[in-house]
Design a protein around this ligand. Sequence first.
Ligand code: SAM
Length: 303
Amino acid sequence: MSTAGTAPQAQLSESEMKLLQTLIYQECGMHFDSRRAHFLQDRLYRRLRECRMDSFYSYYRLLISKEGKDELAKLLENLTVNETSFFRNKAQMDLFHKHILDGLFRRKQEQRTYSLRIWSAGCSTGQEPYTIAMLVADALSYHVLRNPSGYDPILPRPLIPVPWKVEILASDISYSALRAAQEGLYSEHQMSTVDYSYRLRHFDKVGERYAVKKALRETVHFDFHNLKTEYLPQRNDVIFCRNVMMYFDEAEQKRLVEKFYRCLNPGGYLLVGHAESLLGLTDKFNMIYRETGTAYQQIEVEL
Ligand SMILES: C[S@@+](CC[C@H](N)C(=O)[O-])C[C@H]1O[C@@H](n2cnc3c(N)ncnc32)[C@H](O)[C@@H]1O
């Protein structure tokens, strides 16, 4: 029922909902089953109001037009769930820190390549890639202490010791999440899982918030990447894609895992979220685990 002076609210028909669901799936792989349909409807109504439009079909036409590119990006941004935290899934981070990194450093040192590339795919507001950076810096100083490479140390000691090169690429489909990540400012609440020694070494207190120090920030490079596309960052030693695939259907998960396989260096690692698994999606990875932490290692193909 409409009130005098207020425009009547547009109705979202079943066929319009299907059109929009298909478009969203094609654009970013997100799948809205019956449990999440309500969330999708709510966000669509919001965007329609924001655009001051009165029909979902016209809104759909806008989204598929050249002029609607910005609105499409806004809609997708409104549909993402950006929940994240520092040191999320501690057992898995321990496995990465103590087992995966140690193996990678040894291998790289033997090959005298001294360079490591890690990709946080679906990095949200940055807590995941900054956690990775802190752990890599820690593990690398420890490795260099025990396995000197013969290079003269530089003073003051850089975060990443010579001759090592560490690239951490962090990507997301949400521009606002990427902006926050790049800014690297976190509240006391967001810092609750960061222990005192990490706070001291890698953050400056700025008013009520904590700012990521320049040296740590410089190890992470943020960029926009839609995981639905084919052009994804190559030659990674480790890919973190945690709590992203759970929003995709099985067909899209299979396609994504296949892409990750191709984006990894031989024998590279893929780390997925606590509630996610590669079971039934691929047979090209072996699962590894320590305590309760799990990861997947690419099976190297013998040529
Ligand atoms: C729940 S957060 C997970 C953040 C972090 N990986 C973690 O586990 O704490 C999911 C992130 O995936 C991003 N995302 C969803 N679909 C995406 C896509 N097609 N391409 C890239 N990022 C996507 C969202 O924007 C969101 O920031």
